[in-house]
Design a protein around this ligand. Structure first.
Ligand SMILES: *Cc1c(COP(=O)(O)O)cnc(C)c1O
Length: 452
């Protein structure tokens, strides 16, 4: 499992290791921690904390590396950003301007992608449970494709398409029964998962799809999980897809497109970052000679390392009898859910140059929410942090802000986009009053006798 708490704190990367692996971050003797060319203290001074920070230059650089790797492998691969990783319009616009399309998993994400100016022809809709309303939305806007995840959904989509007078271009999402070797909560390509169509039924269903009104079977899709480090699961999954393409073509049906999914991992701690060059090679070797159009739909790899979460130490709380102290941050699991949800490890670095060189100590880093799971780091070796010290929690650009809630009536944090040496607020901190703006309290409830 790639993504677990350490019980061996001594093996964690040091501050120096973390910085060395992240070229967009550097520690300056006066300005402290700098992201791209912006001192993070300047942002925290202006907006307070917790505050999310994304880096536009970093996003562009990662997109360029990914698309360059595909090109260098001789492949023409369309890149559809998985919007669920980070759905902020500014993020979608930055990636859209580089040529990215979008992979969406809800009507809301579809609308967000279009609101960010991504053309419908570059949008693919995935997900196990699309409602009739969502199908109609996708059909009305004539998006590139709908990835169908079951025989049942195929029938519903056919009915929706006929009712709208449209033809749905579809791919069947195949469950290749391949173990992506990742965390149980983010593996999606095993036979027992809810995702995709069982491999053995896929060819028959594809043939059936070709007979359904309002359906044009255009190809196959596969997405085996997230935070994948090794190429072997990709190779296995793609080999199975290739085999299926041949079976389907032998039935005189056409396969025009293969959606190779997302899932490329990043290095939070010791993980090997999935290399785009290796992914391109896997695609080329297994799928390169089939003559189909090719697509990928990465989320985490593009956005994860392009974001961080700024937070301030509220107080240090003494540990029990010789146990490490608790560093209580003003960020919590309602902001960044990954540690509580997946036991995820995120690097933590002080913003101040003085804190950065303080002697290290062993600590637990926690949030103030009333849950024991509200923990950012267990048994971490960090430079001594004082009350009021600020830290950056690293690699939070994917599955960070999008998973935030207002649990414990904590307003949604502010968001900033850095771009080289400039930075802009891209969402103001939520106002406390807006937390209950939508609450409706019927007058009758407050009568002593109730509604009788
Ligand atoms: C979540 C998801 C992705 C993106 O996964 P990452 O691990 O973020 O790259 C791609 N495709 C589908 C269908 C998904 O559900």
């Amino acid at each position: 499992m790639a993504d677990t708490f350490s019980t061996h704190a001594g093996q964690d990367p040091t501050l120096r290791d973390l910085l060395a692996a992240r070229p967009a971050l550097s520690m300056h003797a006066i300005d402290g921690l700098v992201f791209e060319d912006v001192p993070l203290n300047a942002i925290a001074d202006a907006l307070g904390t917790p505050t999310w920070v994304m880096g536009a230059r970093t996003l562009r650089g990662r997109y360029a590396r990914l698309s360059g790797a595909m090109r260098d492998a001789g492949l023409d691969v369309a890149i559809h950003f998985a919007v669920k990783a980070n759905d902020h319009l500014a993020v979608l616009k930055v990636l859209g301007a580089q040529g990215a399309g979008a992979d969406v998993v809800s009507g809301g994400e579809l609308c967000r992608a279009m609101a960010a100016g991504i053309p419908a022809r570059d949008i693919v809709f995935s997900g196990v449970g699309k409602t009739r309303t969502e199908m109609e939305l996708a059909l009305r806007h004539d998006i590139a494709r709908i990835n169908v995840e079951s025989a049942e959904e195929l029938e519903l989509l056919s009915a929706a398409a006929v009712a709208c007078g449209r033809t749905a271009r579809i791919a069947l999402r195949i469950n290749p029964d391949v173990d992506a070797g990742t965390h149980a909560k983010i593996t999606t390509g095993l036979a027992g998962n809810k995702f995709g169509i069982p491999y053995d039924r896929a060819a028959d269903l594809y043939a059936h799809a070709a007979t359904l009104p309002g359906i044009h079977p255009a190809g196959l899709a596969v997405h085996i999980g997230s935070q994948i480090e090794r190429m072997q699961p990709y190779r296995q999954a793609y080999a199975r897809v290739a085999e299926l393409v041949r079976v389907i073509r032998a039935r005189d049906l056409t396969v025009e497109v293969i959606d190779c999914g997302g899932g490329l991992g990043i290095s939070y701690r010791h993980e090997t970052e999935g290399a785009p060059e290796a992914l391109a090679n896997a695609i080329r070797l297994e799928l390169g000679d089939l003559g189909t159009r090719l697509e990928i739909e990465p989320g985490r790899w593009l956005a994860g390392p392009a974001g961080l979460l700024l937070s301030t130490v509220i107080l240090r709380k003494r540990g029990y009898d010789g146990m490490p102290p608790f560093i209580v941050l003003d960020a919590a699991m309602n902001d960044l859910a990954r540690p509580s949800l997946y036991d995820a490890w995120h690097g933590i670095i002080p913003l101040s140059p003085r804190d950065a060189v303080a002697p290290t100590e062993q600590v637990h880093v926690v949030g103030p929410v009333c849950e024991s799971g509200d923990t950012f780091g267990h048994d971490r070796t960090l430079p001594h942090l004082r009350d009021g010290s600020r830290v950056a929690i690293l690699d939070t650009g994917a599955y960070g802000m999008v998973m935030s809630s207002t649990y414990n009536a904590r307003p949604m944090a502010a968001q900033v986009m850095v771009d080289g040496s400039r930075w802009d607020v891209i969402r103001a901190r939520q106002k406390i009053e807006s937390l209950w703006e939508g609450d409706i309290v019927p007058d009758t409830l407050t009568h002593p006798a109730g509604g009788k």
